[in-house]
Design a protein around this ligand. Structure first.
Ligand SMILES: [Fe+2]
Length: 341
């Protein structure tokens, strides 16, 4: 679609009905999509109403307390490794089947969250990842340092916009609080970066859908005028970013803990029947995936290892087996499996 601003100046505007290109060009959606297209990320304010966001935060804290290891949300002295479930240095709870807890599924089913992705893809037929949750405690000293690991979550050999990532923020998250930091506009220069930096030795990755930026890569980004920005958000806000946008997370430096649930959706039309069958199996076994909703990688189990041994509080599935409604069940992808598949 073309819109003529003046006779001498023509601005190309993206079609308002098709999927977004995320090409950095000006758009006039008059919502979060304009920022997303320009900067490679955006904040959708109040994607979840505050009262429900607070309820989810409460469920998140109760979940951690109910491991019965001694953690109490109001007692900072209980923020200790032995009093908490296994949480990695980046704040992620990866195990225990947490990805299929009822409160996590309820967040995935929030209309304001789904709607943001549906708008970007211009598609209501979406499936969701079985991704993890993140809790970053302020002033935590008994964890290895959370070193910056700037990366993109997309295979550099497959350029172009392919996947929108997201996280639902559940605690106030200001400039000095822990959370997502992004390289603003990095999505636009992604193809050029990988062309010009093709000879750079790769940081080892367990999946081709991950690329780590080396010091030389970081210098390239800086030399091309790109700047890093800590993303701030309130409880109930949804943060979305193009998988090509370089990003990582920073630990809290003040008193505020971080609570976030990753939510990522993609159109079912971009997914094969084989992917859907693998995803169904992951759902039925209550296993997790990466942020990619096509379930290319499924966790082999839910086992949490503590000092080389199975955590005494290990569990093979969620505490509360989820009851899905019609919308959330559709997001598993299962209804899209053809009978002959
Ligand atoms: Fe990432």
């Amino acid at each position: 679609m073309f819109a003529t601003a003046t006779e001498s100046q023509t601005i190309t505007l993206q079609g308002q009905n098709g999927p977004m290109d995320l090409d950095g060009q000006p758009t006039n959606y008059n919502d979060f999509r304009d920022q997303l297209n320009r900067d490679g990320y955006a904040v959708i304010k109040g994607a979840i109403p505050r009262d429900r966001a607070d309820k989810y935060a409460d469920a998140f804290w109760s979940y951690i307390e109910d491991f019965g290891l001694g953690f109490k949300r109001d007692d900072p002295s209980t923020v200790k490794r032995d009093m908490l479930p296994v949480i990695n240095e980046k704040g992620m709870i990866l195990n225990y089947g947490v990805t299929h807890e009822q409160w996590v599924w309820d967040i995935r089913g929030e209309p304001g969250v789904i709607d943001a992705f549906a708008k970007v893809y211009a598609d209501d037929d979406l499936i969701v990842s079985f991704d993890v949750v993140n809790v970053g405690f302020a002033n935590r000293e008994d964890l290895p340092a959370n070193k910056p690991w700037p990366h993109q979550d997309q295979d550099p050999s497959k350029p172009g916009f392919r996947c929108l990532q997201g996280l639902v923020n559940l605690n106030p998250c200001g400039p000095n609080d822990g959370g997502l930091i992004v390289c603003k506009g990095g999505h636009v220069l992604s193809e050029q970066f990988h062309r010009e930096m093709a000879d750079e030795p790769r940081i080892p990755a367990w999946t081709s859908e991950w690329y780590g930026f080396t010091d030389r890569g970081m210098k390239w980004l800086s030399d091309h005028g790109l700047k890093w920005e800590k993303v701030c958000a309130e409880p109930g806000d949804l943060i979305v970013w193009d998988s090509r946008t370089p990003h990582y997370n920073v630990p809290p430096t003040m008193k505020q803990d971080r609570l976030a649930v990753y939510t990522c959706y993609m159109p079912v039309k971009d997914v094969s029947q084989e992917d859907l069958i693998r995803k169904k199996d992951a759902f039925e076994k209550r296993l997790g995936t990466t942020h990619w909703p096509n379930a290319r990688h499924v966790a082999p189990n839910n086992d949490a290892m503590r000092d080389g041994k199975l955590c005494p509080k290990n569990r093979t599935g969620p505490v509360q087996d989820p009851v899905l409604n019609e919308r959330t069940f559709t997001l598993t992808g299962i209804p899209y499996i053809k009978e002959s598949a």
